[in-house]
Write a protein that binds this ligand. Structure first.
Ligand code: ADP
Length: 360
Protein backbone atom coordinates (compact mmCIF):
# COMPACT_ATOMS: atom_id res chain seq x y z
CA UNK A 1 0.00 0.00 0.00
CA UNK A 2 2.86 2.33 0.97
CA UNK A 3 6.26 1.34 -0.31
CA UNK A 4 9.57 3.02 0.45
CA UNK A 5 12.25 1.90 -1.97
CA UNK A 6 15.82 2.58 -0.98
CA UNK A 7 14.91 6.01 0.39
CA UNK A 8 17.87 8.35 0.83
CA UNK A 9 17.79 11.85 2.30
CA UNK A 10 20.90 13.99 2.30
CA UNK A 11 20.54 17.54 3.59
CA UNK A 12 22.19 20.53 1.90
CA UNK A 13 25.00 20.54 4.45
CA UNK A 14 25.93 17.04 3.23
CA UNK A 15 24.47 15.19 6.22
CA UNK A 16 22.94 11.87 5.18
CA UNK A 17 19.98 11.46 7.54
CA UNK A 18 18.35 8.48 5.77
CA UNK A 19 20.67 5.90 4.21
CA UNK A 20 18.60 3.65 1.97
CA UNK A 21 15.43 2.62 3.78
CA UNK A 22 13.09 0.07 2.16
CA UNK A 23 9.80 -1.18 3.57
CA UNK A 24 6.41 -2.37 2.31
CA UNK A 25 3.48 -1.30 4.44
CA UNK A 26 0.14 -3.07 4.17
CA UNK A 27 -3.32 -1.55 3.83
CA UNK A 28 -4.66 -0.58 7.27
CA UNK A 29 -1.39 -1.31 9.03
CA UNK A 30 -0.19 0.83 11.96
CA UNK A 31 3.57 1.27 11.57
CA UNK A 32 5.66 2.97 14.24
CA UNK A 33 9.08 4.43 13.44
CA UNK A 34 11.10 4.46 16.62
CA UNK A 35 14.67 5.27 17.56
CA UNK A 36 16.76 7.78 19.48
CA UNK A 37 16.78 11.46 18.63
CA UNK A 38 18.52 12.16 15.32
CA UNK A 39 18.12 8.65 13.85
CA UNK A 40 16.11 9.98 10.88
CA UNK A 41 12.48 9.33 11.90
CA UNK A 42 11.17 12.81 11.07
CA UNK A 43 13.20 12.95 7.87
CA UNK A 44 11.43 9.79 6.65
CA UNK A 45 7.99 11.03 7.70
CA UNK A 46 8.50 14.46 6.14
CA UNK A 47 9.75 12.83 2.95
CA UNK A 48 6.56 10.74 2.71
CA UNK A 49 4.45 13.87 3.32
CA UNK A 50 6.42 15.79 0.70
CA UNK A 51 7.65 18.41 3.16
CA UNK A 52 11.20 17.37 2.23
CA UNK A 53 12.43 16.44 -1.21
CA UNK A 54 14.24 13.11 -1.30
CA UNK A 55 17.76 12.57 -2.56
CA UNK A 56 17.37 9.00 -3.79
CA UNK A 57 14.90 6.14 -4.03
CA UNK A 58 11.15 6.10 -4.59
CA UNK A 59 7.93 6.39 -2.59
CA UNK A 60 4.79 4.59 -3.83
CA UNK A 61 1.27 4.98 -2.44
CA UNK A 62 -1.40 2.62 -3.76
CA UNK A 63 0.71 1.75 -6.81
CA UNK A 64 1.26 5.40 -7.66
CA UNK A 65 4.70 6.96 -7.45
CA UNK A 66 4.28 10.05 -5.25
CA UNK A 67 7.77 11.29 -4.42
CA UNK A 68 7.68 13.79 -7.28
CA UNK A 69 4.12 14.96 -6.54
CA UNK A 70 3.32 18.13 -4.60
CA UNK A 71 2.42 17.55 -0.93
CA UNK A 72 -1.19 18.68 -1.47
CA UNK A 73 -1.87 16.12 -4.19
CA UNK A 74 -0.47 13.12 -2.26
CA UNK A 75 -3.71 12.51 -0.31
CA UNK A 76 -1.88 12.19 2.99
CA UNK A 77 -2.86 13.83 6.30
CA UNK A 78 -0.30 14.64 8.95
CA UNK A 79 -0.78 15.21 12.70
CA UNK A 80 1.99 17.26 14.27
CA UNK A 81 3.45 17.40 17.76
CA UNK A 82 2.58 21.09 18.14
CA UNK A 83 -0.94 20.52 16.68
CA UNK A 84 -0.46 23.32 14.07
CA UNK A 85 -3.99 24.67 14.61
CA UNK A 86 -4.92 28.14 13.35
CA UNK A 87 -5.21 30.23 16.56
CA UNK A 88 -7.62 32.83 15.14
CA UNK A 89 -10.11 30.21 13.91
CA UNK A 90 -12.65 28.28 15.97
CA UNK A 91 -12.41 24.52 16.22
CA UNK A 92 -15.15 24.21 13.58
CA UNK A 93 -13.28 26.53 11.20
CA UNK A 94 -10.04 24.64 11.79
CA UNK A 95 -11.76 21.40 10.86
CA UNK A 96 -13.52 22.95 7.85
CA UNK A 97 -10.54 24.85 6.44
CA UNK A 98 -8.92 22.11 4.37
CA UNK A 99 -12.28 20.92 3.04
CA UNK A 100 -13.35 24.43 2.00
CA UNK A 101 -10.07 24.85 0.16
CA UNK A 102 -10.82 21.73 -1.80
CA UNK A 103 -14.16 23.20 -2.87
CA UNK A 104 -16.36 20.81 -0.90
CA UNK A 105 -19.90 22.13 -0.35
CA UNK A 106 -21.11 23.45 3.02
CA UNK A 107 -23.58 20.69 3.81
CA UNK A 108 -21.07 17.92 3.19
CA UNK A 109 -18.53 19.76 5.35
CA UNK A 110 -21.07 20.14 8.12
CA UNK A 111 -22.06 16.50 8.17
CA UNK A 112 -18.43 15.34 8.05
CA UNK A 113 -17.48 17.61 10.95
CA UNK A 114 -20.49 16.53 12.96
CA UNK A 115 -19.51 12.89 12.58
CA UNK A 116 -15.84 13.42 13.41
CA UNK A 117 -16.66 15.69 16.36
CA UNK A 118 -18.85 12.95 17.78
CA UNK A 119 -16.20 10.27 17.30
CA UNK A 120 -13.54 12.43 18.96
CA UNK A 121 -15.85 13.83 21.65
CA UNK A 122 -15.16 17.45 20.71
CA UNK A 123 -18.73 18.39 19.68
CA UNK A 124 -19.07 20.72 22.69
CA UNK A 125 -16.02 22.80 21.76
CA UNK A 126 -16.68 23.53 18.11
CA UNK A 127 -17.15 27.28 18.65
CA UNK A 128 -14.07 27.68 20.87
CA UNK A 129 -10.69 28.98 19.77
CA UNK A 130 -7.70 26.62 20.31
CA UNK A 131 -6.33 28.82 23.13
CA UNK A 132 -9.42 27.90 25.20
CA UNK A 133 -8.76 24.16 24.92
CA UNK A 134 -6.66 21.79 27.00
CA UNK A 135 -3.70 20.00 25.44
CA UNK A 136 -5.69 16.80 25.01
CA UNK A 137 -8.58 18.64 23.35
CA UNK A 138 -6.22 20.40 20.95
CA UNK A 139 -4.68 17.07 20.08
CA UNK A 140 -8.16 15.71 19.29
CA UNK A 141 -8.90 18.67 17.04
CA UNK A 142 -5.62 18.09 15.21
CA UNK A 143 -6.63 14.44 14.74
CA UNK A 144 -10.09 15.54 13.61
CA UNK A 145 -8.61 17.77 10.97
CA UNK A 146 -6.69 14.83 9.58
CA UNK A 147 -9.71 12.51 9.70
CA UNK A 148 -12.24 14.78 7.93
CA UNK A 149 -10.03 14.73 4.87
CA UNK A 150 -10.53 10.97 4.40
CA UNK A 151 -6.87 10.55 3.44
CA UNK A 152 -5.27 7.38 2.14
CA UNK A 153 -2.53 7.65 4.74
CA UNK A 154 -2.10 9.17 8.21
CA UNK A 155 1.27 10.42 9.35
CA UNK A 156 1.83 11.18 13.03
CA UNK A 157 4.89 13.14 14.16
CA UNK A 158 5.28 12.55 17.93
CA UNK A 159 1.68 13.70 18.48
CA UNK A 160 1.61 12.98 22.21
CA UNK A 161 4.96 14.32 23.36
CA UNK A 162 3.52 17.65 24.59
CA UNK A 163 0.99 15.98 26.91
CA UNK A 164 1.51 14.99 30.53
CA UNK A 165 1.99 11.32 31.37
CA UNK A 166 -1.59 10.34 32.27
CA UNK A 167 -3.15 12.17 29.31
CA UNK A 168 -0.52 10.66 27.04
CA UNK A 169 -1.52 7.14 28.12
CA UNK A 170 -5.19 7.99 27.61
CA UNK A 171 -4.71 9.54 24.15
CA UNK A 172 -2.48 6.65 23.14
CA UNK A 173 -5.36 4.29 23.70
CA UNK A 174 -7.76 6.64 21.87
CA UNK A 175 -5.48 6.83 18.84
CA UNK A 176 -5.21 3.06 18.77
CA UNK A 177 -8.99 2.55 18.93
CA UNK A 178 -9.60 5.24 16.34
CA UNK A 179 -7.03 3.83 13.96
CA UNK A 180 -8.57 0.35 14.25
CA UNK A 181 -12.03 1.81 13.66
CA UNK A 182 -11.04 3.88 10.63
CA UNK A 183 -8.56 1.28 9.35
CA UNK A 184 -6.47 3.98 7.66
CA UNK A 185 -2.85 2.99 7.05
CA UNK A 186 -0.73 4.97 9.50
CA UNK A 187 2.91 5.80 10.03
CA UNK A 188 3.67 7.09 13.52
CA UNK A 189 6.96 8.57 14.71
CA UNK A 190 8.03 8.45 18.34
CA UNK A 191 11.15 8.14 20.45
CA UNK A 192 9.06 6.50 23.18
CA UNK A 193 9.39 2.72 23.14
CA UNK A 194 6.21 2.25 25.20
CA UNK A 195 4.19 4.11 22.55
CA UNK A 196 5.85 2.02 19.88
CA UNK A 197 5.05 -1.26 21.66
CA UNK A 198 1.43 -0.38 22.47
CA UNK A 199 0.40 1.18 19.16
CA UNK A 200 2.20 -0.69 16.44
CA UNK A 201 1.21 -3.60 14.28
CA UNK A 202 4.85 -3.50 13.23
CA UNK A 203 7.73 -1.45 14.62
CA UNK A 204 10.61 -0.15 12.55
CA UNK A 205 13.66 0.46 14.75
CA UNK A 206 16.02 3.01 13.22
CA UNK A 207 19.66 3.61 14.02
CA UNK A 208 21.56 6.44 12.33
CA UNK A 209 19.40 6.51 9.21
CA UNK A 210 19.25 2.73 8.73
CA UNK A 211 16.73 0.06 9.69
CA UNK A 212 17.96 -2.16 12.53
CA UNK A 213 14.83 -4.30 12.64
CA UNK A 214 11.26 -4.46 11.37
CA UNK A 215 8.91 -6.65 13.37
CA UNK A 216 5.81 -6.96 15.52
CA UNK A 217 6.13 -5.63 19.07
CA UNK A 218 6.51 -9.23 20.29
CA UNK A 219 9.28 -9.95 17.77
CA UNK A 220 11.37 -6.90 18.60
CA UNK A 221 10.96 -7.59 22.33
CA UNK A 222 11.54 -11.35 22.28
CA UNK A 223 13.96 -11.61 19.35
CA UNK A 224 15.79 -8.30 19.12
CA UNK A 225 18.03 -8.36 16.03
CA UNK A 226 20.90 -6.54 17.73
CA UNK A 227 22.11 -5.19 21.05
CA UNK A 228 20.96 -1.78 19.79
CA UNK A 229 17.33 -2.95 19.46
CA UNK A 230 17.59 -4.95 22.69
CA UNK A 231 18.70 -1.90 24.65
CA UNK A 232 16.17 0.42 23.03
CA UNK A 233 13.04 -1.74 23.36
CA UNK A 234 12.13 -2.74 26.91
CA UNK A 235 12.48 -0.68 30.06
CA UNK A 236 14.67 -0.78 32.03
CA UNK A 237 17.11 -1.84 29.35
CA UNK A 238 18.49 -5.34 28.88
CA UNK A 239 21.68 -6.25 30.80
CA UNK A 240 24.67 -7.37 28.74
CA UNK A 241 27.53 -9.50 30.03
CA UNK A 242 30.41 -11.10 28.26
CA UNK A 243 30.36 -14.92 28.12
CA UNK A 244 31.94 -17.75 26.13
CA UNK A 245 30.20 -20.32 23.98
CA UNK A 246 31.60 -23.53 22.46
CA UNK A 247 29.67 -26.56 21.15
CA UNK A 248 26.45 -25.18 22.59
CA UNK A 249 27.91 -24.79 26.09
CA UNK A 250 27.68 -21.29 27.50
CA UNK A 251 30.17 -20.40 30.22
CA UNK A 252 29.07 -17.56 32.43
CA UNK A 253 29.97 -16.74 36.02
CA UNK A 254 31.57 -20.16 36.82
CA UNK A 255 28.58 -21.93 35.36
CA UNK A 256 28.11 -23.93 32.22
CA UNK A 257 24.87 -24.81 30.55
CA UNK A 258 24.32 -26.69 27.35
CA UNK A 259 21.71 -25.31 24.96
CA UNK A 260 21.22 -27.62 21.98
CA UNK A 261 19.68 -24.80 19.93
CA UNK A 262 23.08 -23.08 19.91
CA UNK A 263 25.28 -26.14 19.29
CA UNK A 264 25.80 -25.10 15.66
CA UNK A 265 27.63 -21.89 16.61
CA UNK A 266 31.41 -21.65 16.34
CA UNK A 267 33.34 -21.16 19.56
CA UNK A 268 33.36 -17.47 20.37
CA UNK A 269 33.03 -14.72 22.93
CA UNK A 270 29.44 -13.53 23.08
CA UNK A 271 27.40 -10.83 24.70
CA UNK A 272 24.79 -12.48 26.84
CA UNK A 273 21.61 -10.42 27.15
CA UNK A 274 19.30 -10.77 30.16
CA UNK A 275 16.22 -8.59 30.65
CA UNK A 276 15.68 -7.27 34.21
CA UNK A 277 12.24 -8.92 34.33
CA UNK A 278 13.74 -12.31 33.43
CA UNK A 279 16.30 -12.39 36.26
CA UNK A 280 14.17 -13.91 39.01
CA UNK A 281 14.57 -15.19 42.56
CA UNK A 282 12.88 -18.55 41.95
CA UNK A 283 15.22 -21.25 40.66
CA UNK A 284 14.39 -22.50 37.19
CA UNK A 285 14.86 -26.09 36.07
CA UNK A 286 17.05 -25.25 33.13
CA UNK A 287 18.94 -22.03 33.05
CA UNK A 288 21.70 -19.99 34.57
CA UNK A 289 22.12 -18.90 38.16
CA UNK A 290 24.42 -16.13 39.32
CA UNK A 291 25.07 -13.86 42.30
CA UNK A 292 24.13 -10.22 42.46
CA UNK A 293 25.52 -7.94 45.16
CA UNK A 294 22.82 -5.36 45.91
CA UNK A 295 23.78 -1.70 45.64
CA UNK A 296 20.46 0.14 45.50
CA UNK A 297 16.74 -0.60 45.36
CA UNK A 298 14.20 1.59 43.55
CA UNK A 299 10.58 0.88 44.52
CA UNK A 300 8.10 1.13 41.63
CA UNK A 301 4.94 0.28 43.61
CA UNK A 302 3.93 -3.20 42.50
CA UNK A 303 7.57 -4.28 42.19
CA UNK A 304 11.07 -2.84 42.46
CA UNK A 305 14.29 -2.40 40.54
CA UNK A 306 17.31 -3.93 42.21
CA UNK A 307 20.60 -2.50 40.98
CA UNK A 308 23.77 -4.31 41.84
CA UNK A 309 26.94 -5.94 40.61
CA UNK A 310 27.44 -9.26 38.90
CA UNK A 311 31.16 -9.91 38.89
CA UNK A 312 31.95 -6.18 39.15
CA UNK A 313 29.61 -5.26 36.29
CA UNK A 314 26.33 -3.44 36.85
CA UNK A 315 23.16 -5.46 36.55
CA UNK A 316 19.51 -4.52 37.11
CA UNK A 317 16.82 -6.99 38.12
CA UNK A 318 13.07 -6.50 38.57
CA UNK A 319 11.85 -8.26 41.71
CA UNK A 320 8.72 -8.31 43.87
CA UNK A 321 8.63 -5.85 46.79
CA UNK A 322 11.05 -7.39 49.27
CA UNK A 323 13.51 -5.86 51.64
CA UNK A 324 17.12 -6.24 50.54
CA UNK A 325 19.98 -4.72 52.49
CA UNK A 326 22.82 -2.95 50.73
CA UNK A 327 25.65 -5.40 49.90
CA UNK A 328 23.28 -8.37 50.37
CA UNK A 329 24.09 -11.13 47.92
CA UNK A 330 21.11 -12.53 45.98
CA UNK A 331 21.05 -15.58 43.77
CA UNK A 332 19.22 -14.83 40.54
CA UNK A 333 18.05 -17.30 37.94
CA UNK A 334 17.27 -16.92 34.31
CA UNK A 335 15.52 -19.60 32.27
CA UNK A 336 17.39 -20.62 29.14
CA UNK A 337 14.62 -19.46 26.80
CA UNK A 338 15.15 -15.96 28.20
CA UNK A 339 18.85 -15.80 27.34
CA UNK A 340 19.71 -13.61 24.35
CA UNK A 341 22.98 -14.21 22.52
CA UNK A 342 24.74 -11.57 20.46
CA UNK A 343 28.06 -11.81 18.64
CA UNK A 344 30.93 -9.43 19.29
CA UNK A 345 29.45 -6.96 16.78
CA UNK A 346 26.14 -6.93 18.61
CA UNK A 347 24.22 -9.00 16.03
CA UNK A 348 21.76 -11.60 17.34
CA UNK A 349 22.93 -15.22 17.15
CA UNK A 350 19.97 -17.26 15.98
CA UNK A 351 18.93 -20.40 17.81
CA UNK A 352 18.11 -23.42 15.67
CA UNK A 353 14.55 -24.64 16.04
CA UNK A 354 14.39 -27.18 18.87
CA UNK A 355 13.48 -30.13 16.59
CA UNK A 356 16.36 -29.33 14.23
CA UNK A 357 18.79 -28.96 17.15
CA UNK A 358 17.77 -32.29 18.66
CA UNK A 359 18.02 -34.12 15.34
CA UNK A 360 21.53 -32.89 14.58
P1 ADP B 1 14.72 12.24 14.40
O1 ADP B 1 13.37 12.61 13.90
O2 ADP B 1 14.91 10.75 14.48
O3 ADP B 1 15.12 12.93 15.65
P2 ADP B 1 15.65 13.73 12.11
O4 ADP B 1 15.08 13.06 10.92
O5 ADP B 1 14.98 14.98 12.58
O6 ADP B 1 15.78 12.68 13.30
O7 ADP B 1 17.17 14.08 11.84
C1 ADP B 1 18.10 13.12 11.37
C2 ADP B 1 19.46 13.78 11.23
O8 ADP B 1 19.40 14.76 10.20
C3 ADP B 1 19.94 14.49 12.47
O9 ADP B 1 21.31 14.29 12.60
C4 ADP B 1 19.62 15.94 12.20
O10 ADP B 1 20.51 16.79 12.87
C5 ADP B 1 19.78 16.03 10.69
N1 ADP B 1 18.89 17.06 10.08
C6 ADP B 1 17.55 17.15 10.22
N2 ADP B 1 17.06 18.19 9.52
C7 ADP B 1 18.12 18.79 8.93
C8 ADP B 1 18.28 19.92 8.05
N3 ADP B 1 17.24 20.64 7.64
N4 ADP B 1 19.54 20.20 7.64
C9 ADP B 1 20.60 19.46 8.05
N5 ADP B 1 20.51 18.38 8.85
C10 ADP B 1 19.29 18.04 9.30
Amino acid sequence: MLALKNLVKTYENGHQAVKGVSVDIKQGEFIVLVGPSGCGKSSILRSIAGLESITGGEIHLNNRRIDNEKPASRDIAMVFQNYALYPHMTVYENLAYGLKNRGIDRDTIESKIEKVAKTLKIADYLERKPAKLSGGQRQRVAMGRAIVRDPQLFLFDEPLSNLDASLRAHMRLEIKKLQRELAVTSVYVTHDQVEAMTLADRIIVLNQGEIEQIGTPAEVYHQPASTFVASFIGSPAMNFHQAEIADGVINFEHQSIFIAEYAHLSAQTIQLGIRPEHAVLEPSKSGLSFSLTVQAVEPLGPNQLVHGLVNDKVFTALTPELHFASKQVLTLHVAKQHLHLFDKNGQRLQALAQEVAQAS
